[in-house]
Each structure stands twice: as structure tokens, then as C-alpha cells.
Design a protein around this ligand. Structure first.
Ligand code: B12
Length: 224
């Protein structure tokens, strides 16, 4: 995305307006959400600073100079912006930290459904993880061998067919024996109801839960 890109310009204008409105309303949560949207849309820190936060503060300055808002309003806008800038830094740091972590993705032996897993791959990549996708029908031994070789922080698996659930558990045990450093995030309609989340194994209902689950599993592993 280049700076001259019309879609980017439009998005920046929309987010800039929304940010200014949030400042004028003294709405810290609203301002944070705008910047989160900007980060999710992969706008750069420079774009967010120069084209969203700074113009809103310039507007606040003009309104204050004209006596249309009070000194207190101006101070509140500045405080909100300082907190948002801290949040921006935290978000960038988290994405940078994730880059150092590998996620190994596979569907267990007999499982050919991998659409959800492909979505998981995109979500993890977008969040900064390094993704190694092994694809469908991966035997437990081959998965464990790949885990030993690549030493992932995370293994993600999906089970759509009900008879795959037990094979998925077997695959987890096999990986744990070869590479105990991995945490697991699993999902899919084929997972048996008996399968409950356990330490180091996170069960998700939706692909949209995967980044939070991955972060939790990786953090836990780092404590150990
Ligand atoms: C596409 C498809 C196929 C394709 C798969 C191609 C591919 N490359 O993936 C092919 C043609 C290979 C196929 C084959 C078969 N299929 Co099929 N297939 C489907 C279909 C239409 C879509 C599946 C899909 O992609 N859904 C979209 C994804 C995004 O949704 P999802 O998988 O449900 O995932 C959600 C959650 O479960 C979760 N999730 C899932 N995994 C993970 C993993 C992680 C880490 C996380 C965080 C979250 C997560 O997130 C998603 C929501 O956010 C479904 C219909 C359906 N209702 O799902 C049938 C379906 C799954 N298939 C079915 C069947 C029966 C078969 C076959 C046995 C058919 C046959 N006789 O050959 C074979 C079995 C193959 C095998 N051994 O795996 C049945 C399963 C019934 C059952 N429960 O027993 C279904 C439900 C169709 C039906 N109504 O009968 N299939």
C-alpha cells in the first residue's frame, strides 16, 4: 500500500475524522478503538501518527485558540492521545515478539478439511507469527518429526470428521514426546465433547479466537 493509494487515503480520512470525534467527546475507549482499527488495517505507525493523531490535535488546538473548547478539553485530548501512542507502541512490540515464534499447522491423519486451518494460517501470519502449514492428512510421526526439526512455540490442528478427534489427541501426545516446548490450539466440529481444554491445550470454537489463544499458550510456555 503506497501513501498515494486512494483506498488508503479514504481509510485515513475516515479514521482521522473518527479519532477527532472521539477526542472532542473525551472518549478514550473510542480513540483507542480507532487506532486499533488503524493497526489492524496495517497502517504504519508513521501514517497513524501523521495522518490520524496529529491532525486531530491540530484541530483541538484551533478550537481551543478560538475559545470553542476549554483548556480542560484540550488537556483531556492530549492525555488520551498520549495513552493511545503508548498503546500503539505496545501493539507493535507484541507483533514484533510474535515474529520470533513459529506456529506449525496441520490436519491430523485422515482429515482432509483444511479451510478453517488456512484461515488460521492467515490470522496468525497477520498477527506476526511465522507460520509453517503442513496441510491435510499428516501422520502423527511426521508431525512430531516436523515439530522436533522446527521447534514451534505452537501447534494448531483442526478436526472436522468425528473419527479424527482421537487421532488428533494421539498426534498431540506424539508431538509432546518429541518436542515438549509446544503449546496447542485446536478446533473443529469433529472434536469430541469429551475433549476439554487442558494446560497447554486451548480449544477454540471459531478461527477468530486463534490469535488470543496462541498468545495465551505461548505466554504460558514461556513461564515454564
Ligand atoms: C469443503 C468440504 C469438503 C472438502 C474439503 C476440502 C478442503 N481442502 O478443505 C472435501 C471435498 C475434501 C470434503 C471431503 C469429505 N467431506 Co466434507 N465438507 C466440506 C464442507 C462443504 C465445508 C467445510 C469447510 O471448509 N467449512 C468452513 C470452515 C471455515 O468451517 P469449519 O471447518 O466448520 O470451522 C469452524 C470451526 O469448527 C472452527 N475451527 C475449525 N478448525 C479449527 C482449527 C483451529 C485451530 C481453530 C482456532 C478453529 C477451528 O473455526 C471455524 C469457524 O470460525 C462441509 C460442510 C460443513 N457444514 O462444514 C462438508 C462436511 C464437513 N464434509 C462431510 C463429509 C461427510 C465428507 C466426506 C466423508 C465425504 C465423502 N463421502 O467423501 C469427505 C471426508 C474427507 C476427510 N476424510 O476429511 C460432512 C461431515 C459430516 C460429519 N460430521 O460426519 C460435512 C459436514 C458435509 C455434510 N453436511 O454432510 N469435504
Amino acid at each position: 500500500m503506497s501513501c498515494g493509494d486512494t483506498d488508503t487515503d479514504r481509510l485515513l480520512a475516515e479514521l482521522g475524522n473518527a479519532y477527532a470525534r472521539a477526542l472532542l467527546a473525551g472518549d478514550e475507549v473510542g480513540a483507542e478503538l480507532v487506532v486499533r482499527d488503524a493497526i489492524d488495517a496495517r497502517l504504519t505507525t508513521a501514517q497513524i501518527d501523521e495522518e490520524i493523531i496529529a491532525p486531530a490535535l491540530w484541530l483541538i488546538g484551533r478550537l481551543w485558540a478560538r475559545g470553542e473548547i476549554s483548556v480542560a478539553d484540550e488537556h483531556l485530548s492530549t492525555e488520551i492521545s498520549l495513552r493511545v501512542i503508548a498503546l500503539q507502541r505496545e501493539a507493535t512490540r507484541t507483533a514484533r515478539e510474535r515474529t520470533g515464534h513459529k506456529a506449525l499447522l496441520a490436519a491430523p491423519a485422515g482429515e482432509l478439511h483444511i479451510v478453517a486451518l488456512q484461515m488460521v494460517a492467515n490470522l496468525l501470519r497477520d498477527a506476526g507469527y511465522t507460520v509453517l502449514m503442513l496441510g491435510p492428512d499428516v501422520p502423527p510421526g511426521a508431525l512430531a518429526e516436523a515439530a522436533c526439526r522446527n521447534e514451534p512455540a505452537l501447534v494448531c490442528m483442526s478436526a472436522t470428521m468425528p473419527d479424527v478427534s482421537d487421532r488428533l489427541m494421539l498426534a498431540i501426545h506424539e508431538v509432546q514426546r518429541g518436542w515438549p516446548g509446544a503449546g496447542f490450539v485446536i478446533g473443529g466440529n469433529g472434536l469430541s465433547a469429551r475433549l476439554r481444554p487442558q494446560i497447554g491445550i486451548h480449544v477454540c470454537k471459531r478461527v477468530s479466537e486463534v490469535v488470543d489463544a496462541a498468545d495465551a499458550v505461548v505466554k504460558r510456555a514461556e513461564f515454564n
